[in-house]
Design a protein around this ligand. Structure first.
Ligand code: F0G
Length: 509
């Protein structure tokens, strides 16, 4: 039989890009921290340190989760039964509330809106925050209209000048209507990543993902996190005022009232795609103070950092960062289901939102029951998994710090917490080797480093997508000391290649 070439139709360009760094392998099986790709008749094992970009806190194909999934499907669990009671969703929400209470000391409940992906959970939070803001705007509109009415009545009674009232109300109405019609603003740290849907991509700092689509949705103002007070400056320059015409004591005055222009502050406790940077304490304090003063909700994106990855359920709990909203996804589905959730503090919750946001696929029994099982696994044994994440993470951090001391000219920084670690490589734009300069100039430097580790050492890692000189390490809580030793050896080989040779082995043939 003659073989017919298959036309490549599913993102062929991306595959081509992966191929240039030797990363276009097909994984056929996963187990724990190992992924297997096929080469001829054999399966080649790879130590997976990308971990589904944070979605495999329990590794690939965790036996208990897989067995449970099988059991659920065999029992015919109803996956598409929208608009009916969903006690399993309630169980997940209750479990999350118990954990959040324990970690943050909060005594307030959080209501849960389920979603399919991280980006959708973020967009649900954006929409809910806008619903809150809308209610405030409408309240102000009604108050201002009532004041205008009262001024007109005062003019009719001859208490104030009718012409003056009409002119002031006309000016104020035109001014206010322009503000009411404008899209709100979000505040987010420089380097943020919150997803790539039409709304969430506007909260994602990297202009490659954002700029082209900026006309589609409300914008963010990005705030540098290492300049104390920077967020106050941004808010001051972006603040707007409503004009309120008030007739009082025979006089017509125009009072300026703050316009609720900011929908929410949205932030990751540790920037993931932005290069693994934990939010500085001073920035967290600035956010918390300012949000309190202006009554802007704080949305904490724990999609990559949450679910125990940093040694606590919420990475924000290490920082004293408290969310009015939390977003969780990735590891919530245990590496096998697509599950995401957005949590809103009871005092802010708008129950009408439940009629305004839904999806065919969200809140189904399968993903909720798996998420419930994931929470059980996380919470089992009195915090065993959290401790493992912290201890293994410290071991990995120490190993990488040792390498940085050994290769100061190649490695510029080691950062992170628990099992979310970044290793930053020096720029090679001025390297003596033409090969290294060329790889640097491609803009894909980290992908070549990843290709080297895959080809030469059977180790899978990737750079963070918006900081391509930083390799990420996000293994499962099952990572062993032997795995860490293996990574250290592989990185030593990579550092020597960069420091002592022309870097020829980084460029795939
Ligand atoms: N928020 C954070 C902090 C993320 O890291 C991601 C995804 C999202 C939101 C969006 O979630 O992909 O389920 O829609 N990060 C992936 C990554 C893409 O590359 O780390 P999603």
């Amino acid at each position: 039989m003659t073989e017919v070439a298959v036309e490549e139709l599913a993102e062929p360009y991306l595959r081509g890009v992966l191929a240039t760094a030797g990363l276009d392998v097909e994984y056929v099986r996963g187990e724990g921290d190992t992924l297997y790709y096929r080469r001829g008749d054999e399966e080649v094992p790879v130590l997976d340190l990308v971990g589904g970009y944070g979605s495999t806190m329990f590794g690939h194909s965790h036996p208990e989760l897989v067995a449970y999934a099988r059991e659920l499907l065999a029992a015919g669990t109803p996956i598409h039964a929208q608009f009916s009671r969903h006690p399993y969703a309630n169980d997940v929400a209750a479990g999350l509330n118990r954990i959040i209470r324990r970690e943050t000391g909060s005594d307030e409940s959080y209501f849960a809106i389920f979603a399919n992906s991280g980006a959708e959970a973020i967009e649900a939070a954006m929409k809910h925050a806008e619903l809150e803001r809308y209610a405030r705007v409408e309240g102000l509109r009604a108050e201002i209209a009532a004041h205008a009415e009262a001024a007109r009545a005062a003019a009719a009674d001859g208490v104030v000048d009718a012409g003056e009232v009409d002119a002031a109300v006309a000016e104020a109405t035109a001014h206010n209507e322009a503000l009411f019609a404008a899209t709100p603003l979000f505040l987010a740290p420089v380097g943020s990543f919150h997803g790539k849907l039409a709304g969430s991509t506007q909260l994602t700092y990297n202009p490659v993902y954002r700029a082209v689509f900026s006309a589609l949705a409300a914008q963010a103002r990005f705030v540098p996190v290492d300049e104390p007070g920077a967020i106050d400056d941004v808010v001051r320059s972006e603040s707007r005022w409503l004009h309120d015409v008030v007739a009082d004591g025979g006089r017509v005055t125009v009072v300026r009232r703050p316009f609720p222009r900011f929908c929410a502050v949205v932030l990751e406790p540790i920037l993931g795609e932005g290069g693994i940077h934990e939010m500085p304490e001073a920035f967290v304090q600035d956010v918390q103070r300012l949000a309190g003063e202006l009554d802007i909700p704080v949305v904490v994106d724990e999609i990559q950092t949450g679910m125990g990855r940093t040694g606590a359920f919420l990475a924000s709990s290490h920082l004293g960062l408290r969310g009015d909203y939390y977003a969780l996804a990735k590891s919530l589905g245990g590496g096998i289901a697509k599950a995401a959730v957005m949590l809103v503090k009871a005092s802010r919750y708008q129950s009408s939102f439940e009629m305004m946001h839904s999806s065919t696929f969200a809140k189904d029994s399968f993903s909720c029951l798996i998420a419930g099982k994931v929470l059980d696994l996380l919470e089992a044994g009195d915090g065993e998994v959290y401790r493992a994440a912290e201890e293994r993470g410290t071991e990995l951090l120490d190993a990488l710090r040792g390498l940085r001391t050994e290769f100061p000219e190649v490695l510029t920084d080691v950062r992170g917490r628990g099992l979310m670690i970044g290793l930053e490589f020096a720029e090679q734009g001025e390297a003596g080797s033409g090969i290294l300069r060329e790889l640097h100039g491609s803009g894909f430097f980290g992908y070549y480093l990843a290709g080297f580790l895959l080809r030469e050492h059977g180790i899978r890692t990737f750079p963070t997508s918006s900081a391509v000189h930083t390799l990420r390490f996000e293994p499962s809580a099952l990572i062993s000391s032997a795995d860490i030793a293996r990574l250290t050896e592989a990185l030593r080989d990579l550092c020597r290649e960069i420091r002592d040779t022309d870097g020829g082995r980084l460029a795939p043939v």
